[in-house]
Design a protein around this ligand. Sequence first.
Ligand SMILES: [Mn+2]
Length: 319
Amino acid sequence: MDQVLKEKLGRAQTIVLMGHVRPDGDCVGSVLALYLYLKKNEPSKNVTVCLEKPLEKFKYLSGFSEIVSDADAVQHPDLAIALDVSDKGRLGGFTALFDRAADQLNIDHHITNPHFAATTICDPSASSTCELLYTLLDAERIDAEIAAALYTGIVTDSGVFKYSSTSPRTMNIAADLIAKGIPFGEIIDGSFYRKTYVQNKIMGLALLNAVENADGTVIYAIISAEEQARMETVHADLDGISEQLRLTVGVKCAVLCSEMEPGSWKLSLRSLEPIDVAAIAMMYGGGGHVRAAGCTIVGKRPEEIMEEVVRAAEAQMHV
Ligand SMILES: [Mn+2]
């Protein structure tokens, strides 16, 4: 085990494991992996997972039902370990719990981490906190349940081994985890690809609504509030639609234009080289990354907005 982690654990009896608000797969995976590891290998310690209730889709993970969402469940922990928490504000309602711990450790992989904890282990070269956590633990003490949790975080944070954060080390660790006998196909479906009935229906509607522009290099789809109400979707059900549009042959810039509430339009933009969608989002006070960005626009018709966006993307292609 990593020396810093070992020393911190050695001095602590009551330990709380924490993550960030709206916990994603890497957060839930890393917190539960460490929880299961300590429960199995350090049974004399009193370990509690204090975390906002994660999405039901992660309930296949062992330890899921033992997650405590009450920030006052532990009064005076000897040690608080935050996982995948890139800045202190991301602790949300658990900030006070973190602050009253006698000792603190943050294990994270975000390059922007300001080292707000007493001790920070941060490796921005890791695809995920789960990848980093694996390197801190004793590999032979990782069983299938722990491996499933770590694999969940690696898969979700790397976009199933696709994002640029994926490295040969990511794949080697994933191979070690598969060797523990985990249901890796089911984990990928369950944590990343599976959609609800209405999520698939609204994706289908968006794809039907999609319009190609600028010789097929720009594609957009408009979804009104009325259409969303008819399908009884919530806004999170639109996740993944702009990414699917981006995968259209010939497309360099994809936009989902969805009505949040009457007259308020949210753009979700995805692109390939050379299009900088962050620059387009910034025209409307939004922002994001070069290849993935977003913004919200009030007071314009969606067709008018899309005309402007198409023109902006075309201008970028022709410089
Ligand atoms: Mn992460």
